[in-house]
Design a protein around this ligand. Structure first.
Ligand SMILES: [Zn+2]
Length: 442
């Protein structure tokens, strides 16, 4: 989108606003999540509904597994859907579930298989060396949602009417906009029920704001993020904080008899702690991304290689606790809606290059200080990285013609190129000056 508008920059002044207007109107996909408050009886209906879908999933998975093991063939999604009416005769409970919901179960399974076949193919071509991983049977708590794909639901005031289930109380804590595409009902492990509406919102995106403040951020384990101005936001480590409590309860839980009431009680306790940690983390991520988007019109960060990082088993736990992926996603979509820029840069060498002179200063993970032998710059390793990230991002955008960078470079923009790799940093550094843009609080 951004690219297209910049391409049109050249003839912005000509009377072709119509086209540009079409270009700036985007269909945004959004998900709205609301809590449901089913009665006791309704809760049982929902449980029942979910377990029928769960059964169907595993049943068709069994069928696919057998076929694949026997002669490496696959039965199509379409053919399995055609089997449903016959299956209903054998298992009348299936009639309790809305037929499109049943079909969606088959599609969900099909997706799992398509991913499996894709991984097999990638392996054959010698690309990624990950094990293909045959789709697995789902446990009771793992199968936690069902879908109304197109119809069978209606939202009226504070009631959600679902075909074959009835009228459920819903708390619409924020207004909903757009057309509902699909509706998902989800059960949490603490036995709460939620609904997610996937919406398509046709929205005119705001014009990109003038860039008054720009920021480069580096995410890491020591601090959740470090900015180019040296501000650090601590990593909250919510999971680590609840760890002690969790270990205690889990020990208690494992001593309980299977399927006993006490075991269910301890299961709930564990689930509640995980839920609390999840909520705390979400809250933190939302607040931080809101704050950044409200202050900065230009935010630069580096492309994360989480998969690679997760391979390090010592770091894995703290990395998934840090949830940068989610954070950067929130940051990006909030920025789009606010008319701000986010630029993701290639992470290669951002820690090694000196942000003062562009000289490459190799360091290991353990080296916390950046010391440049060429220009003598001595700063924190993460601050150095954050500065590089901002400079790289400004350079990328600068060459596609955005005002502040043009003035910072003091000349006309060069022809556009999308990716700047780190070896070009050195060449750009002497002319790029951050001081061209004002920084205050952050
Ligand atoms: Zn240097």
């Amino acid at each position: 989108m951004d690219e297209k508008t910049t391409h049109f920059n050249g003839w912005m002044n000509r009377p072709c606003y119509g086209i540009i207007k079409i270009m700036t109107k985007q269909i945004l996909k959004k998900t709205y999540k609301y809590r449901l408050y089913p009665s006791k009886a309704q809760q049982e209906v929902l449980e029942d509904y979910l377990s029928i879908c769960w059964w169907l999933y595993n049943h068709f998975l069994e069928e696919k597994r057998t076929l694949y093991k026997k002669n490496k063939t696959n039965i199509s999604c379409f053919d399995q859907i055609k089997e449903i009416p016959e299956l209903k005769k054998k298992k009348p409970e299936l009639r309790k579930v809305y037929s499109q919901t049943l079909q969606d179960v088959v599609r969900r399974l099909d997706k799992a298989f398509q991913n499996f076949f894709r991984r097999v193919k990638e392996n054959k071509n010698g690309g990624k060396k990950q094990k293909p991983g045959f789709p697995r049977f789902k446990g009771y708590w793992r199968y936690d949602s069902f879908v109304y794909p197109q119809s069978g639901f209606e939202l009226k005031d504070d009631k959600l009417n679902l075909s074959k289930i009835g009228s459920l109380k819903i708390k619409l804590h924020r207004p909903i906009e757009g057309n509902i595409k699909t509706l998902t009902i989800r059960r949490t492990r603490t036995n709460k029920w939620f609904t997610c509406f996937s919406m398509e919102v046709k929205k005119e995106l705001p014009e990109k704001k003038e860039i008054k403040k720009a920021i480069g951020i580096d995410v890491g384990l020591d601090s959740f993020l470090t900015t180019n101005q040296g501000k650090k936001v601590d990593n909250p480590r919510y999971l680590a904080k609840s760890e002690e409590k969790l270990v205690k309860i889990q020990r208690w839980h494992s001593r309980k008899k299977l399927k006993s009431k006490n075991r269910e009680k301890s299961r709930l306790k564990v689930a509640r702690i995980h839920e609390k940690v999840f909520n705390q983390r979400q809250d933190f991520l939302h607040k931080l991304s809101n704050e950044l988007v409200s202050i900065f019109q230009f935010i630069a960060f580096e492309k994360l290689n989480i998969k690679g990082m997760l391979k390090n088993k010592y770091l894995a736990r703290s990395i998934s606790d840090a949830s940068w992926n989610k954070f950067l996603h929130l940051l990006s979509y909030k920025a789009v809606e606010a008319g701000s820029w986010t630029v993701e840069v290639n992470s290669k060498n951002t820690t090694q290059v000196c942000s003062g002179c562009g000289n490459i200063t190799p360091k290991t993970l353990a080296t916390r200080k950046h010391k440049c032998s060429q220009c003598g710059l001595e700063i924190d390793r993460d601050i150095n990285a954050a500065r590089n990230i901002l400079q790289l991002a400004l350079a990328t955008v600068g060459t596609t013609g955005i005002n502040p960078v043009k003035s910072a470079r003091g000349g006309a923009a060069k022809p556009p190129f999308n990716r700047v790799n780190a070896c070009e940093v050195g060449r750009m550094l002497p002319t790029m000056k951050q001081e061209a843009i004002g920084f205050n609080r952050w």
